[in-house]
Each structure stands twice: as C-alpha cells, then as structure tokens.
Design a protein around this ligand. Structure first.
Ligand code: ADP
Ligand code: MG
Length: 698
C-alpha cells in the first residue's frame, strides 16, 4: 500500500466547477458513506494506524517495505513514456539518491518536483529497477516545521483525503459531547482512563506517547475504547434478551406428555446422560410463555436428531405444529425417514416439503400444513417461502444452523408470527449445530442465545483413525477400499472441491466415479452429487443405506448430517482444498458404528503452510471444540460465523481472540450497569450502537 493521500487531488477536480456550497456536500456525501454524520460519529472514527512524520531521515538509511520521510534536491525530473506515460524524478540529499514515480499526475505535481527544487517526500520505499523508489509519494516543500507528534491515518473512502477527514474530525471533536458514559466506580474497578482522555490521545497522540503501544493497541487509551465497544455489545445483547422475555409464545408443556413417554419406550437405544440433560433443558424452555431461543451444540455423531424428535413430540402433544429445516435436500430427506420411523407409529402425521417437489405434491403438502393436519413438517429452505403458511406453528428446529444465512434464520422465526399487533405469538426456536462456537465468541456475538451442549458420544464409538496420504499412493488407498468392502463394510469417496466452477466440480465427480468403476470391477460403486434429480439422489442414498452400494462417490453434498453407521472408511481427495470445519464434518460421516473407522486425507504436494496446518490439525485432534478453536484462529470470527455477507464488521477495535479478558470484564460490567446505572447504560448504547441493533437481533 502506497500513498494514502494520493486521492486528494481527485476530490478537488470536479468540485471546482461547482458552486461553493456543493463542494461541502461532496465531502459530506463521502463522510456519510463512512457512516459519519453527527459529531458523536466522528469521535469514534479512530485511526487505523499512525505515521511518524516527526523526523526526516537520511536517504542512506531508508529500506524497502517501510514508510519513510526524506528531504533532498530534485536532480532530475522528466516524463517518461516507457512502459507507459509517467512522471519520474530523482532526489539527492548528499547521503544518497531516491527515485520518485507517478503513474498519473497533474501539471501541478510536475511543477512541484521541477529540477533544482528542494522537497520533502513521504511514502513507502520499494525496490525499483535502478535502486530504491517511492511510487506516488506525498510531496511538500523542504524545511517546513516538523510535527512533534504522530500523525493519525484514518479509514477512508475513495475521493476523501486524509487531510479533509482529519479536518472534519477535528471540527467534530470541538463540539462533540465527550462526557463519560461509565460511572467512576466502574472505571476504577477495571483501571480505565476517562473516555475524553482516550479519545484525545487516539486522535492527537501527545509527543511522548509510545509508538508501539499505540500501533499494537496496547495503550490504555485503546483499552478504554475496546472496553467500551465490548460493553456496548454486551448491553445490546442483554437488551435483546430482555425484549425476548417481553414477547409471547404459546407454552408447550406437552400437556400429558404421553407422546414423549411413548417415544422413549420405542427407542432402539438408551439416551446418553448428555442427551437426557439437554432434552430436559429444551423441555423447560418450551413450557415457558416467551419464545425459546436455544442453540444445541454437539459434535458430529453425538445424537442431536433424537433430541429434536423429543422436542417435536412435546410440542405436538401440546397441539402445536413443528417445522424442521435442513440445509440440504439430502439431509432433509434423511431426517424425514428417521422421524417418520420414530413418530408415525405414535400417530403423528409428518409432511415433506422441498423446492424440488412436483407441483401437485407441493400443493398437497401446502394444504396439509395450512389446515394443521400435518403436525410435523420437514424440509429445506422451501419452508420459509411466503406461500407456506402454518395453522399453528409452535416450534421451529433448524439443523446445521451455521449453514443458513442470518436472514433465513430470521425469516423462519417470523413464520409463526400472527399479525395481531402486540399480541403476536412467536414460535419457539431450536438451532442445532455440530460446529461448536468457542465460548468468548458465543458470548460476544450470539444475540441472545441460550446454549445446550451434548458433550458425550453414544457408547461404544471409537475415534476415527485419520491418515494423511500423498495422492501418489492412490493404489494403496484403492487396496484399502477393497479390503474394507470385503469385510462387509462401506466407504465414501469424496471428490475434490473445485472452487472456480460448479460445472467443473460436477465433471470431476463424474470422472472420478468412472475411474473407480473401472478400477474396482467387482464392486458396486454409486455416485451422488448436487445436480442429480431428487429421486435419483434418494435412490442412491437408499441403496447405500441398504448396503446395495459399497462405495459411494460423492461431492460435498454429503458433508452434513448423513448417517450410515455401516460406512467405516472415508477417502477425501485433495483434502488440502477443504476448510477445517468442512473436513471435520466430512470425517464425522464415519465412526458412527462400533467398528474402527478410518479417514484417509489424500493430498497433493506441495502443501501451502496454511493447508499443512489444517491437515495437521485434523490428524492431531478429533475434538470438534478444538477444531473450531483452530479454525477460528485461522479464519477470524467474521468468516467463521459466516456473517461476512452482512457487510457489518463485527468489532472495530477489540478482538475476541486477543482481548478475551476484556470480553469477560465487559460482560460483568454490563450486568452491573443495567442493575445499578440504567441511565449510563442507555447513554453508552446511544454512543456506540447507533444503527447496529438489527444485526444483533438475529
Ligand atoms: P448428529 O449429532 O451428528 O446429528 P445423529 O443424530 O445423526 O448425530 O446421530 C448419530 C447416530 O447415533 C445415529 O445413527 C443415531 O441413531 C445414533 N444415536 C443417537 N443417540 C444414540 C444413543 N444414545 N445410543 C446409541 N446410538 C445413538
Ligand atoms: Mg445431524
């Protein structure tokens, strides 16, 4: 990154032809684009970094990759035409020479570096063809007074120069309310400096401030800002929680509980203690008159589906409808089969709704849902379409919730709203996920969510053995498949991800299947991918479940949820292309029976450092929480939570990885503030959370 200020000229160009008043509005528009309107917005628009312009360095001492400020005489200045038109100048300060280059330039800039002029230039030094150079440096006259403090550099937008932004911020600082939103007692308890002081230090660092502390955000001024930001987040989560308690939901206490008892009697296995505990937690929530908002976390294979069945049984025995939504048709189909198996014998009517349903079947399903005849509805995203309306939806269950977008989650929970104004009844909501969310992350981002955890696998499971194998050893791997199938077991062969194109990915799956059919002539090799017609998909899965297919070649459609306990071997081709969470999910497809299962991660050398780290993590641990922790470390919270698309940065100043302690303090302080200083809490939210409440609500 070079020359932060190079955009200033562009902003001036068009503005000059406009009446004076309009030039203000251009800048205003740019400022608005950054979310800066009121003085209080400018106050917390804080520098992303600082530049040290307090010194002029000898040219001899500059080095590439770092910003520098030097002064010298222009000894050459010319417009060159190769490889394209550009302004080229060289300065000399007696210790050395430095080249300057502009790919676009104004005549005024050319004059500024005319031969013989003495100039001060500032920019990032790079290695050029004939030595060190600066591209688009900032140029001023030499010898001007040097600032005695660090210069802040603000996040900006195209066409808004640092100088204009700085001026606007300074103006706002003059009129803004910098009074403290924290009571003295809280500041003292956590050793926080006053807000006004923190703001002043960050916008105008005093001469003696530690550059490193400021840059690394370890300065007490930064600590105060991070605390404030995290506190605001906690306060708004608490506000969301309080708001939910004021909402109403139909209590689903499972009146006589007979369905639940009947289900318990029919189970082919005994529930684990963890399953019993979370079923209890959900059952209590369901019997309340405000909506449940609970996340059920449990590693792959921990048995979440049966927990959902119990929740459904309780809701249905309270004369309420239940919807279960899965992210893929394949998974929805599997749930349908399982739940029909468990619940239809109890006299429950189960309906099925996905996008690929034929019009007639779809209409029939729609009618069953609308009339209330369908007590349980299982499906995909199609469930949240406008056309589907429920008679009395009381409970919504989202499986693999992390695969749904924030918006979709909101929409489904709105389904149950009836439009009688303030008396609107909301459905209870249960989300399930095998991607565990580390504690600090859950604490700081999950709007108002109670969390239940299944921390125990059903008995008799053996951890999956993971092997890393270079793809040059493909023959060995094939031998492995043959041996496994000879013993009556089954295997998955997962085809590589092809990010660039879905068509290519499909082709790869088809090719892989063809090759494996040839290589393994006396084996039944099946193929499943996203583009297969639904009926064909269902048939293949059914064949695999029945054992009629020995080896299932698959794309990542099988990533989540698929449950075939007799499958004990998984091959993942080009494992280096998959993300950590994805690999963990895929591996979770095996190890579901009582026999030793194996997951072979085939990779193509050479591996990038990140890919190696990922594969090593897979090899080293089978613990979903540990995997999630490492995944978070590698990808950062935004991507991890899949909220990048919301366009909103989650946190601007604090980082939940490095500021875990402040997260805890902020949570504690939020409770205190709400209990004892409600006025302060309100003022604090006002300062920090304007316009951001919506995101947190989902
Ligand atoms: P996940 O948590 O990944 O969704 P599933 O609900 O698909 O896991 O359950 C995985 C497998 O374990 C299924 O075959 C399920 O029937 C079985 N299972 C669930 N609970 C138990 C239990 N308590 N004892 C034995 N098997 C169980
Ligand atoms: Mg599942």
């Amino acid at each position: 990154m070079v020359a932060v200020t190079a955009t200033g000229g562009k902003a001036r160009g068009p503005a000059r032809q406009q009446p004076a008043a309009k030039s203000g509005s251009l800048i205003e528009r740019k400022l608005l684009h950054l979310g800066l309107r009121d003085p209080s917005d400018f106050v917390v628009h804080l520098p992303i970094r600082y530049e040290d312009e307090t010194q002029v360095r000898p040219i001899l001492s500059v080095y590439p990759g770092a910003p520098a400020q030097v002064e010298g005489e222009v000894i050459r200045s010319e417009v060159q035409f190769r490889p394209r038109r550009q302004l080229h100048a060289v300065i000399d300060d007696g210790t050395g020479q430095l080249a300057l280059r502009w790919l676009n330039f104004y005549p005024s800039q050319q004059k500024q570096v005319a031969e013989g002029k003495r100039v001060r230039v500032r920019g990032e030094v790079r290695s050029g063809f004939g030595g060190y150079e600066m591209v688009h440096p900032r140029v001023t006259v030499a010898g001007a007074a040097l600032p005695d403090a660090l210069t802040p550099v603000y996040p900006t937008t195209d066409g808004l120069s640092q100088a204009s932004l700085r001026k606007a911020i300074d103006q706002a600082l003059g009129v803004a309310d910098l009074s403290d939103t924290l009571p003295q007692e809280i500041c003292e308890r956590y050793g926080l400096i006053p807000f006004a002081e923190a703001i002043r230090v960050l916008h105008h660092p005093p001469p003696n401030v530690s550059y490193n502390q400021l840059i690394e955000r370890g300065h007490p001024a930064w600590t105060r800002i991070k605390f404030d930001e995290l506190l605001a987040q906690q306060l708004s989560l608490a506000a969301a929680r309080a708001a939910r308690r004021r909402q109403r939901a139909r209590p689903l206490a499972g009146d006589r509980g007979d369905l639940v008892q009947a289900l318990l009697r029919r189970l082919p296995f005994t529930l684990t203690a963890a399953q019993e505990r979370v079923i209890g937690e959900i059952s209590r929530d369901l019997s309340r008159s405000f909506p449940m908002h609970r996340l059920l976390q449990g590693d792959v294979g921990s048995g979440k589906t049966i927990v959902a069945a119990f929740a459904a049984a309780q809701a249905i025995s309270s004369k309420s409808q239940v919807a279960i939504m899965a992210p893929t048709e394949l998974l929805a189909e599997q749930h349908f089969q399982k739940l029909v198996g468990w619940l239809e014998p109890l006299g429950i009517t189960v309906a099925w709704l996905t996008g690929s349903l034929a019009a007639k079947a779809r209409k029939a399903a729609g009618e069953a849902i609308e009339s209330g005849r369908a007590q349980l509805v299982i499906g995909t995203q199609a469930l949240i379409q406008d056309k589907v309306s429920f008679a009395n939806l009381g409970l919504v269950i989202l499986d693999e919730q992390h695969r749904f977008g924030v918006g979709q989650r909101l929409e489904l929970s709105r389904k149950g709203e009836d439009s009688e104004g303030s008396l609107a009844m909301l459905p209870h909501q249960l989300s399930m996920s095998a991607t565990p969310i580390p504690r600090t992350l859950a604490m700081s981002f999950f709007a108002d969510l109670d969390v239940s955890v299944i921390d125990e696998l059903p008995p008799g499971r053996r951890p999956v053995l993971t092997k890393l194998v270079a793809d040059t050893r493909r023959d060995e791997v094939l031998g492995h498949v043959v041996a496994e199938v000879r013993q009556g077991r089954q295997a998955y062969w997962v085809c590589p991800l092809v990010e660039e194109s879905e068509a290519l990915q499909l082709q790869t799956a088809v090719d892989t299947h063809a090759r494996l059919v040839l290589a393994l002539p006396d084996m039944h090799v099946g193929l499943i991918h996203g583009r297969l017609p639904t009926a064909a998909k269902q048939q293949v899965m059914q064949d695999f479940r029945d054992g009629a297919v020995d080896l299932l070649v698959a794309t990542t459609v099988i990533e989540v949820g698929v449950d075939v306990p007799n499958a004990s071997l998984m091959i993942i081709e080009h494992a280096e292309r998959f993300g950590l969470a994805q690999l963990h999910q895929l591996r979770g497809r095996v190890g579901r029976g009582s026999r030793q299962s194996v997951c072979v991660l085939m990779y193509q050398a050479p591996l990038s450092a990140v890919a190696r780290q990922r594969l090593r993590a897979m090899y080293e641990t089978a613990d979903g929480f540990e995997i999630a922790r490492r995944d978070l470390e590698q990808r950062g919270p935004g991507e991890f939570l899949g909220v990048r698309q919301s366009g909103q940065e989650l946190l601007r100043f604090a980082s939940i990885e490095t500021d875990a302690m402040i997260v805890e303090q902020a949570q504690e302080a939020a409770r205190d503030l709400r209990d004892r200083y409600p006025e302060h809490a309100r003022a604090h939210l006002q300062r920090w959370m304007r316009g951001k409440q919506d995101f947190l609500r989902s």
